[in-house]
Each structure stands twice: as structure tokens, then as C-alpha cells.
Design a protein around this ligand. Structure first.
Ligand code: FNR
Length: 356
């Protein structure tokens, strides 16, 4: 089928599933244990109702926004995901080029299949990238990686991932097992998981701040308590990404919208101190507007970008972003909202979600 004939993100996933090798598919698709959190991520959005207003002039719907002070044309971004070349030879370069076309932020994974230098090399001057870091046991390697990306002008902030100090138990993945070691930054990884589980708020953040001038975002925050603690490290920490790693870390961990609601209730001042981003389970433009209405500044997709790449390389990721941003625009118009900034909690009914 032509990419244009694919009408939603599920249809793109279906095509990618046919194109991608089974063991790569298992790596992308899989989530932990019973995959409850993965399913809930999508389900949680569906249990929120929208509250459309009438007599609002939405003829000039404007989706532009700012994340950590960087201008973006759309509030949708691509979350860091390892090993994009398992989906298509263009890998992360294909994703980056598609993001450039839509003015979307792309957060490059530390475990990308290409080097960060290669990924940003042909990017237009105004393209915005983040770079994701796992603090690994080999500290010399951590410091060298951070120094290397801090020199790249295209990279505007560092995203430290905290929700996966250990790999989750992903059974689909285990069944397929890697027959070949994955390639990261052009190097075959014989021993893949070297993440340090000895991180602490003060020590790790002070160490990271010494390594780079770039602003820091903490990824994998899942409770209002941790969101609040993160806010006490502002302005060195400039953002948090509410995420459960697409259900790949702790199964039955909460979807990001639950955490958004907790923060609203217990420590709403966090939204003034930090840019709050979310990811996990996003399939529709209505999901995007719901997260924005609850206070998110940007909404990320992980697998959807990989499925786009698998469905048709760069063009497939473009189709994914086109569908998601067009749906977002349609949802804003029907909701009676002209600008992202005008979306607010009055646009959602979260009663069903709160009673879960
Ligand atoms: C991820 N994710 C991830 N996160 C991260 O910080 N560093 C990484 O290298 C990876 N790698 C990775 C690989 C694959 C195959 C997946 C599916 C996910 C998590 C990712 O950033 C994001 O949080 C989730 O993918 C969001 O959920 P959805 O959009 O996939 O439902």
C-alpha cells in the first residue's frame, strides 16, 4: 500500500510489522511482564473526555510551541529509542529528516544505531534536538559521550533517563533473543546493559551539571513526589519527561496522564518551574490535546516513529508525523482552541480516569 493510503498510526504499525524482521519487531513491540502498562498508556487517554467550546474562531489554528525555550512548529516530538536501523537502513537520520520537515523536536537515544554527529550533520540550522543519556558504570565513557554531544550546536539539552536502571522482563523479546549483538554508535555491543543503578539526586545531578552547560531534562518521572524533587533542582534541571519507558520497565507503573493529574493536585507549582513533557501510548491527535490540556508542553512518540521508519523509511516517519499533527489540528479546531497555549484543564473531563 502507498503511505498516503495509511490513515492512522495503527495502519502504519501493521505495515511496519510486515516489513521488519521478526526479532526486530519483537524488540520494538515488546513491553514488560503482562504488558499492562503498555496497554494502559493508550487506554488512559481514551478514558479522558474532551469538553469542546463553541463560537471560537479557530480559522488560524496555530500548533507552534516552545520546549525549554526552543521554538517548535508542533507540540509532538520523537522520544529516544534505540537501534532505529533495525527498522530501516536510514535509521535515526531518516527520523531526523522527517522531524525537520515538520518542525518537531527529536530526542536522540544514547543507544542510537548511528553517532549523534552523523544524525545531526545535515540538519537545518533551526532544527532542535535533545540527546538522551543513560549513566553507565563506565564513567569515562559517560563523560566522553556528554562532552561529545555538548559540542554539537544542534543539541539543545540532555535527557537523563532514570526509569530503567535494569531492563524490564520482556518475554516476547526473550523468546526471539538477539541472534546478533546490536550496533550502537557504529560499534557492536557484546554486553548491552551497563547502566549504573547507583544514581542519587544530588550526587548525579551535580556531576552531570559539571560535565555540560546544556540544560537537563529528567526522563522516567512517575510520581508527584519525584516531580517535586526534580523542581527543587531548577533551573539546572529545566524539564521532566513523564514516562514509563513505553511499558518496558516496571509493569503496572502509571501512565503519564496519571502523573500529570497527581502533579496538578499535589504540587502544581512544578509546571511553573519545569517544562513537563510526556510520552507513552500516544496514537491520536486527541491524545495529544488531552496531555497538553493537563499541562504538558510536548507529547512524545517512541514506537510510532520506529513503525513509521519500518513502513517507509523517512517518508514513513513523515506520514506518521503528518497524521498525528493533522489530527491534533483537527482536534484543536473542534475543541474551540486556536493556540496550544489556550488549551487548559477546562477542556478535559478526567472523572473516569481519576476513579481508576
Ligand atoms: C525505547 N525507549 C527508550 N528510552 C530511552 O530513554 N532510551 C532508549 O534508548 C530507549 N529505547 C527504546 C527502544 C524501543 C524499541 C522502545 C519502544 C522504547 C522508551 C521511549 O523513549 C519512550 O519512552 C516510549 O517508547 C514511549 O512509549 P510509546 O510511544 O512507544 O508507546
Amino acid at each position: 500500500p502507498s503511505l498516503d493510503s495509511l490513515l492512522n498510526l495503527d495502519e502504519i504499525e501493521e505495515l511496519a510489522t510486515k516489513n521488519i524482521k521478526p526479532k526486530s519487531w519483537a524488540y520494538y513491540y515488546g513491553a514488560s511482564d503482562d504488558q499492562l502498562t503498555k496497554a494502559l498508556n493508550t487506554q488512559a487517554y481514551r478514558s479522558i473526555l474532551l469538553r469542546p467550546r463553541v463560537f471560537v474562531d479557530c480559522s488560524r489554528c496555530d500548533m507552534s510551541t516552545q520546549i525549554l525555550g526552543n521554538r517548535l512548529k508542533v507540540p509532538v516530538f520523537v522520544s529516544p529509542a534505540a537501534a532505529a536501523r533495525l527498522a530501516h537502513p536510514s535509521g535515526e537520520r531518516g527520523i531526523a529528516a522527517a522531524c525537520a520537515k515538520f518542525g518537531a523536536l527529536y530526542i536522540i537515544s544514547q543507544n542510537a544505531s548511528l553517532t549523534p554527529d552523523d544524525i545531526v550533520r545535515d540538519a537545518p540550522q533551526d532544527q532542535v534536538f535533545g540527546w538522551q543519556l543513560y549513566v553507565e558504570k563506565d564513567n569515562a565513557k559517560n563523560e566522553a559521550n556528554i562532552a561529545r554531544v555538548s559540542k554539537l550546536k544542534a543539541i539543545k539539552f540532555i535527557v537523563l533517563t532514570l526509569d530503567a536502571p535494569f531492563p524490564g522482563k520482556r518475554e516476547i523479546d526473550e523468546r526471539f533473543k538477539y541472534q546478533e549483538a546490536p550496533v550502537v554508535n557504529g560499534v557492536k555491543q557484546e554486553q548491552y546493559w551497563g547502566t549504573s543503578s547507583m544514581l542519587t539526586w544530588k550526587k548525579t545531578l551535580e556531576w552531570l551539571a559539571r560535565q555540560t552547560h546544556l540544560p537537563i531534562v529528567l526522563k522516567g518521572i512517575q510520581t508527584h513526589e519525584d516531580a517535586f524533587i526534580a523542581s527543587t533542582f531548577a533551573p539546572r534541571v529545566r524539564g521532566i519527561l513523564l514516562s514509563n519507558h513505553g511499558g518496558r520497565a516496571l509493569d503496572t507503573a502509571p501512565p503519564a496522564v496519571h502523573t500529570l493529574l497527581e502533579i496538578r493536585k499535589h504540587c502544581p507549582e512544578v509546571f511553573a518551574k519545569l517544562d513537563v513533557l510526556v510520552d507513552g501510548g500516544v496514537k491520536r491527535g486527541t491524545d495529544v490535546v488531552k496531555a497538553l490540556a493537563l499541562g504538558a508542553k510536548g507529547v512524545g512518540v517512541g514506537r510510532a516513529a520506529l513503525w513509521g521508519l519500518g513502513a517507509g523509511g523517512q517518508g514513513g516517519v513523515e506520514r506518521t508525523l503528518q497524521i498525528l499533527t493533522e489530527e491534533t489540528e483537527t482536534a484543536m479546531r473542534l475543541l474551540g482552541v486556536e493556540k496550544v497555549h489556550d488549551l487548559g484543564v477546562a477542556h478535559v473531563n478526567t472523572k473516569a480516569l481519576e476513579s481508576q
